[in-house]
Design a protein around this ligand. Structure first.
Ligand code: ZN
Length: 337
């Protein structure tokens, strides 16, 4: 009985501490065979979300997939932190001290079109903040405004857009208090002028998790969220993916075109001449049509898949953000082209 009391005392102190300090260390998961759990759940640090909080993370039969339990008795599948940690996305140009990590990546080196998965059964979405847009993406007073501004009240909660890992969380000059999250799909989202930062570089976050509070720090004339979306360091109009009036995601998959990285390429307008657009669209159509997936079966290896689809192990690794040494699992969906 005494041990039981000590156990509860520890649990209670965990919860109390967690309310003061929001951490998101990768949970060392408990292995279970199904969603039904007989043992009492171990209490993990509570991660604050918009409506609910994460109370635990459980392993499944697949190393790739964990189950996240919320305090309102709901749950959802997520790609496990361990598996994500194995992904190249969080290795390549990973810099927790620079606001922009891909400074040496030339725009010309990016493909004409890159398909980006935004949401599916494992990847979810939450708006960063809903409000009136006060300044859009585009040129502004001789400078490039590489994100958009949404008016808010200082202290309003700001949410992570997709699952991912915090790459940067610091005060950063004009940006003020800035959080940059790198997501599983390679996108990075920037949240600037915050009055409070609730997460630190290296923390894993889930879509909808509160990461800080809105404010007016840095180069700012009033409380607002400056929000940017970047791919390999290149910004594009966040309105391409989010309708900020409703907070809805516009699409599940984005075909991100190289010309979208121009500061003049606003979502609502297109400055390219029609011939140029037709030429690029044809290239994109071909690129999109060539995309092919393979569901891993028993006996498959990366080398065998590369031979089967006439590609290379390096290319398959690139397309899926995995390493050549990564273990592929039966049922895993790999992009092969
Ligand atoms: Zn701004």
């Amino acid at each position: 009985m005494r041990y039981l009391l000590i156990f509860f005392a520890i649990c209670v102190s965990c919860v109390v501490n967690a309310q003061d300090v929001v951490t998101s260390e990768p949970a060392d998961s408990t292995k279970v065979d199904s969603v039904m759990v007989d043992e009492p759940l171990q209490v993990r640090p509570v991660r604050t979300l918009g409506k609910v909080a994460v109370i635990d993370t459980l392993a499944t039969d697949s190393d790739m997939i964990s189950i996240v339990l919320f305090n309102d008795n709901t749950w959802r599948y997520v790609i496990s932190d361990q598996y994500k940690a194995d992904s190249q996305v969080f290795d390549d140009h990973w810099d927790t001290s620079a606001t922009h990590a891909y400074k040496d990546v030339e725009l010309a080196s990016l493909p004409e079109a890159t398909p980006i998965l935004l949401v599916d059964s494992l990847e979810s979405y939450h708006y960063p903040y809903i409000g009136r847009i006060t300044s859009r993406y585009g040129p502004r007073r001789g400078r490039a405004h590489q994100g958009l501004d949404i008016a808010l009240k200082t202290g309003d909660p700001i949410y992570a857009t997709f699952d991912g890992k915090v790459r940067y969380s610091k005060a950063a000059g004009n940006y003020g208090n800035l959080i940059v999250i790198r997501h599983n799909n390679g996108l990075e989202t920037y949240y600037a002028h915050l009055s409070q930062r609730d997460v630190e570089a290296g923390d894993w976050v889930v879509a909808g998790q509160q990461i800080g509070l809105g404010g007016s720090t840095g180069r700012s004339t009033g409380p607002h969220l400056h929000y940017e979306v970047r791919y390999k360091g290149q910004s594009f109009d966040p309105e391409r993916i989010i309708d900020f009036t409703t907070g809805d995601l516009r699409r599940a998959e984005l075909l991100l075109k190289r010309r979208h990285f121009s500061i003049y390429a606003k979502y609502e307008q297109d400055f390219d001449d029609e011939v140029e657009v037709a030429k690029i669209d044809e290239a994109e159509r071909k690129a999109a049509a060539a995309v092919q997936y393979h569901t891993v079966r028993s006996g498959d290896t990366l080398g065998a898949l590369a031979r089967k689809y006439g590609t290379t192990v390096t290319r398959i690794c690139q397309l899926n953000g995995i390493k050549s040494t990564s273990i592929i699992r039966i049922g895993q969906r790999l992009r092969v082209r």
